[in-house]
Design a protein around this ligand. Structure first.
Ligand code: HEM
Length: 250
């Protein structure tokens, strides 16, 4: 009987804690990005830089705070990435600018693809380190709610994922060619059943694809040359229509 009462109390407490989390973060927050409810100020975070006087070793990314003590060789004093300790330097994860000016959390100027890359870092910290809370500031309000800024970044993330999926789908249809170049701007392009990272059961023939707008060309493998109905695709000059490899002399 006592065992049952204790289990019941544990279950009740667990439900209450989880419910509090759900209410605070909202259902639209991506599940990979759900930080614990503990609120941490920028000043408090700055005390976690891993030196002998500090309380531990933390860093933040997109307002989510992680305990990175087990990565002390990277983030501790003297480590190559100590600049990330005790702060949110989200921008520098994408730009690689580790100067004082570059180490900040203003990601409003990032492209959708860069925001996807930033969220890859966030996923990395969720996988390898321990999440400890939310940094009150740009991405989380005083009550721990996602700010307008975070919601905007999440919208850019969705756009980035959409563009990424679109490129993937295009690459399946028209995979990039293999290519090799010699010093004098000569080379060759060719198709195989794995080119441009796309594994397939056909080889195809190299064709020039003119991109809309920029006027630039890139080589794509076309599955059946007789059925190409794309005005932006041309044959390579001096290359037989059914050849799997074409010399380039530009
Ligand atoms: C945008 C630029 C870059 C960022 C933001 C970045 C960030 C990081 C971070 C945060 C870690 C630690 C990962 C962990 O916790 O395990 C790391 C590790 C590492 N980075 Fe970078 N990095 C960048 C560029 C580079 C470049 C250009 C190189 C190579 C020339 C490099 C080489 C390494 C190596 C070798 C490690 C692992 C070190 C070890 O395990 O001892 N990084 N990087």
């Amino acid at each position: 009987m006592l065992g049952f009462v204790i289990s019941f109390i544990f279950a009740l407490v667990a439900i209450l804690v989880l419910q509090q989390d759900w209410v605070q973060i909202g259902i639209n927050t991506p599940s990979s990005a759900v930080p614990p409810a503990r609120l941490i100020t920028a000043h408090e975070l700055s005390l976690y830089i891993g030196d002998e006087n500090s309380r531990g070793l933390y860093l933040a990314i997109l307002g989510q705070v992680f305990d990175v003590e087990k990565g002390k060789k990277h983030y501790g004093p003297g480590g190559g990435y100590h600049c990330f300790a005790g702060k949110d330097a989200s921008l520098a994860f994408v730009t690689g600018d580790f100067t004082d000016a570059g180490l900040n959390d203003d990601v409003s100027g990032l492209s959708p693809a860069q925001v996807v890359a930033l969220y890859d870092w966030l996923a990395f910290y969720h996988k390898d380190y321990w999440p400890v809370g939310r940094l009150v500031g740009r991405f989380y309000s005083q009550s721990g709610e996602p700010t307008e800024v975070l919601l905007k970044v999440e919208a850019v993330l969705e756009e980035g994922k959409r563009l990424h999926d679109q490129v993937q789908a295009e690459n399946q249809q028209l995979p990039p060619c293999n290519s090799e170049w010699s010093g004098d701007r000569k080379g060759r392009v060719w198709c195989s059943n794995k080119s441009g990272g796309v594994q397939r059961d056909w080889v195809g023939v190299p064709r020039k694809l003119f991109s809309r707008g920029s006027g630039q060309t890139r080589c794509v493998c076309v599955q059946n040359s007789s059925r190409v109905e794309n005005a932006n695709i041309r044959e390579y000059e001096g290359c037989p229509p059914h050849a799997e490899s074409c010399p380039i002399t530009e």
